[in-house]
Unconditional design. Structure first.
Length: 351
């Protein structure tokens, strides 16, 4: 095992760093250019559970619309949720807005510069605090995401499966975190995991750590990290109702803040359960089944049956708000509800 993992990685990063819209590359950094903590924070929150390719567009849109944290904090939350729609894991969007407001109200618009200070912000967990502290402020914080866990498991041939091995992998990562250039180092390990030490087929021939990699030496690198088998996800079912008024307006409700897709808009419907749902239309009408949409959540699969009724202008629903057709594109509808809307507005399909 080479004792200079960080040195080898930094040399590799100097030549191979990915060009990312939120990143200050190693050459610019060496010239003294500092990353904007707002952009680092925004990108790190967006990148949780989402790919770089998906995040790039969202990041450009967010920073064009809200160039500084104070702009984001001053925006109505519904607009932030709408702009986030499609990125998933909507608690992140609610926390994003709450965090921007905290930074403005409690910190005069400047992000705390330490891992501990960042950790106290809404939606900023252990990983994110370490990443911002390292990348934006060059604190020697140990940054461990899925990429880093994979690199550490392979480098040290850790065969204990995840998630049990998390602590051990964090401790190993900490042994390599350098005092010099910790921000570049954090990004170097992430880049290595994303481009060379990839999940299925690590490109060991192009790896700066190949000489000291125990997983490679033992021929087990591609099988690491091991994972405890996951339980099969259950399937939940629900009904949702697309009420369309004569003028094209559609009835939408808002999900409660606490829980899945909290604060997002939706077509009114039933709870999602493993039993057959009992009908619960938002108003009496001739409801027709239009089809079903399927969507995968972290802990379950959802099969949502979409019913539609065309109703008169004076229809009064028991709940929800009429949203004009022209404003539907801006409504904070999560992906599953966009699918339901498309299904409900499309031709009838056999269930
Ligand atoms: Fe990953 Fe191969 Fe590099 Fe080891 S040598 S860290 S397995 S890419």
């Amino acid at each position: 095992m080479t004792s200079d993992v960080s040195g080898a990685l930094l040399r590799w990063y100097d030549a191979h760093a990915r060009d990312l819209p939120w990143r200050v590359g190693p050459a610019a950094r060496a010239r003294g250019v500092r990353p904007d903590p707002y952009r680092v924070w925004l990108s790190e929150i967006m990148l949780q559970q989402t790919t770089v390719a998906t995040v790039k567009d969202y990041f450009e849109r967010f920073t064009a619309r809200w160039p500084a944290v104070a702009d984001l904090a001053a925006s109505p939350r519904e607009e932030v949720l709408s702009a986030w729609a499609g990125l998933g894991y909507y608690a992140r969007a609610r926390n994003l807005h709450a965090c921007a407001q905290t930074v403005v109200a409690a910190h005069d618009g400047a992000f705390p510069s330490t891992e501990a200070g960042l950790r106290a912000l809404p939606g900023v967990g252990l990983y994110t605090a370490a990443a911002i502290a390292a990348i934006a402020f060059d604190e020697a914080a140990t940054v461990v995401d899925g990429n880093v866990e994979r690199v550490m498991a392979r480098l040290h041939a850790v065969e204990e499966p995840l998630p049990g091995a998390k602590k051990a992998l964090y401790a190993l990562a900490a042994t390599h975190t350098p005092a010099a250039r910790p921000g570049d180092y954090a990004q170097a390990v992430m880049d290595l995991g994303a481009t060379v030490c990839t999940p299925r087929s690590p490109a060991c021939g192009a790896c700066p750590l190949a000489g000291g990699c125990e997983g490679r030496a033992r021929g087990i690198a591609a099988t690491l990290p091991r994972k405890t088998p996951k339980k099969a996800k259950p399937t939940r079912r629900g009904l949702c109702y697309l009420a369309r008024r004569e003028d094209g307006a559609v009835l939408l409700t808002v999900r409660p803040d606490a829980g899945l897709l909290g604060g997002m808009a939706e077509l009114p419907g039933t709870d999602w359960t493993e039993d057959e749902p009992a009908p619960a239309p938002p108003l009496p009408a001739r409801w027709r089944a239009m089809g079903a949409v399927r969507h995968g959540f972290t802990h379950f699969h959802l099969v949502l049956t979409v019913l539609r009724a065309d109703v008169p202008l004076d229809a009064v629903p028991a709940r929800g708000r009429w949203t004009p057709a022209a404003r539907l594109d801006d409504a904070p509808l999560p992906t599953v509800m966009r699918k339901a809307l498309a299904c409900g507005l499309g031709p009838e399909r056999l269930l």
